[in-house]
Design a protein around this ligand. Structure first.
Ligand code: G3I
Length: 421
């Protein structure tokens, strides 16, 4: 416990000390000099045995923060009920501690990368709450003092802002959100708790849905510290600075921080020179958007190199989304785009390590629905939109597209969740 607290203290000290330290210029140095907590990157297990990769990752002038891309997800941490495996997550926590990098932890409650036993054991409301709380309590307690942020609930929304069908929502109802946040806060009162989702970087139904979640959690008397804007963007279709700014403001006006948590900007491969030029602008705009609001605490890119990016396997023919190429060479134009977004790097503000209230009340379970609905049988196909690999294509209550991208098949993982595999 003492060791844990000390590690976080070190990381926090390092994260907050930017303007006072002599550092070489870099993505993180610029972020800190502009009052942010960090600029960081995701890291997956594949990169950890690659020494060139690790050298770049460990340069805290560029990366002052890391997020495990997979190592702390439910299917790694608790593959079988009440049997916990913290090894892969510990490996990432150790890298962060070694490099003095801030650790964002990801993700406690998510419908994806969820072992099938959670959804297929016929748990009722009370039992599933117990299972979910146990997972959160054990996991948060294990990394207490090491995680600076936790993504408590990930991707609970459909594109229209309604709740996504998931074992948690289908059995517990929307109360699963405040219950999850309360359990995380009880396990570690100091860690900042985030709701995290994609396609909430521009105002619209889904961003409004995420704002509704913030209000819901607060209405239970439970703390939520921030909202993660994943920002899996597309070159030439990324938000303008004005859009970023007004959208971030809409979240922070609810009394929460914002973090850009999974930024990457993909294009057709091989990337044309005009696409690379536009990509540099799109990255700069994302940085400027965060810079426009002191409660946007930092930016994480979803790995720094195309070598280990998730994109080509999910969007065939697309990629080239990150500032280092697949040979681990820096793409100077894109890198400079990010630097230019931060501007000169003149210190402007103190980093916003927002203090938040201690939760005062434990939410009652108040289930709003039960899982008595009939599972959808084989998903029917809907013409038009195709579902990318690994995304949901069917299940109880699911109303989205069901036709999987070529090369994948819509496969039942449990009654609530069919996935293109
Ligand atoms: O570890 C196994 C390996 O043993 C096996 O040989 C290989 C065969 O395919 O699979 C490996 O696991 C893969 C894992 O990534 C590790 O790289 C999984 O199949 C694959 O599904 C998994 O993809 C991850 C994806 O989430 C799953 O939804 C990506 O790496 C990860 O970057 C991605 O991250 C998500 C965020 O958590 C949430 N937001 C969206 C983002 C991008 O999809």
């Amino acid at each position: 416990m003492i060791a844990h607290s000390f590690t976080l203290l070190l990381a926090a000290t390092s994260a907050l000390a930017g303007p006072l330290q002599r550092r070489a210029d870099g993505l993180n140095t610029r972020a800190k000099n502009n009052g942010k907590l960090y600029f960081g990157t995701a890291v997956d297990s594949s990169g950890q045995s690659d020494s060139n990769y690790m050298n770049i990752l460990s340069n805290s002038d560029d990366f002052g923060q890391i997020t495990p891309a997979n190592a702390m997800k439910w299917d790694t941490v608790e593959r079988s009920r009440n049997s916990f495996n913290f090894g892969p997550g510990d490996a990432v926590a150790n890298i962060a501690a070694r490099n003095g990098q801030f650790l964002r932890c990801h993700a406690l409650v998510w419908h994806s990368q969820l072992p099938s036993w959670v959804g297929s054991s016929g748990f009722n409301n009370a039992t599933l709450i117990q299972v979910m709380k146990n997972h959160i309590t054990q996991t948060v307690t294990h990394w207490k003092g090491k995680c600076g942020h936790w993504d408590v609930v990930n991707e609970a929304l459909n594109e229209d802002g309604s709740y996504r069908s998931s074992p948690f929502y289908n059995v517990i109802g929307e109360a699963f959100l405040p219950i999850a946040f309360a359990a995380a806060a009880a396990a570690d009162p100091d860690v900042k708790l985030y709701y995290n989702d994609y396609n909430i970087e521009t105002p619209g139904a889904k961003a409004s849905g995420a704002q509704r979640i913030v209000r819901l959690i607060k209405s239970y008397g439970v703390k939520i510290d921030g909202v993660g804007q994943q920002a899996h963007l597309i070159v030439g279709q990324s938000p303008s600075v004005a859009t970023w700014t007004s959208n971030i403001n809409a979240f922070t006006s609810l009394g929460v921080d914002v973090a850009i948590t999974e930024l990457d900007i993909r294009t057709k491969t091989p990337a044309s020179s005009s696409a690379v030029a536009q990509q540099a602008i799109d990255y700069a705009n994302s940085v400027k958007g965060c810079l426009s609001n002191t409660r946007c605490v930092g930016i994480t890119i979803w790995d720094f190199t195309d070598k280990y990016s998730w994109i080509p396997s999910v969007f065939p023919g697309e990629g080239s989304a990150l500032p280092w190429d697949s040979n681990l060479q820096k793409k100077q134009q894109v890198y400079n785009g990010i630097l230019s977004g931060w501007g000169s790097g003149t210190p402007t503000a103190t980093p916003t390590a927002t203090p938040t209230a201690t939760p005062t009340e434990t939410p009652t379970s108040s289930p709003t629905s039960s899982s008595t609905t009939t599972p959808t049988a084989t998903p029917t196909s809907s013409p038009g939109e195709t579902v990318p690999k690994w995304q949901q294509c069917g299940g109880t209550g699911y109303e989205g597209p069901t036709q999987c991208v070529s090369g994948t098949t819509c496969t039942m993982l449990n009654q609530w969740y069919y996935q293109c595999l």
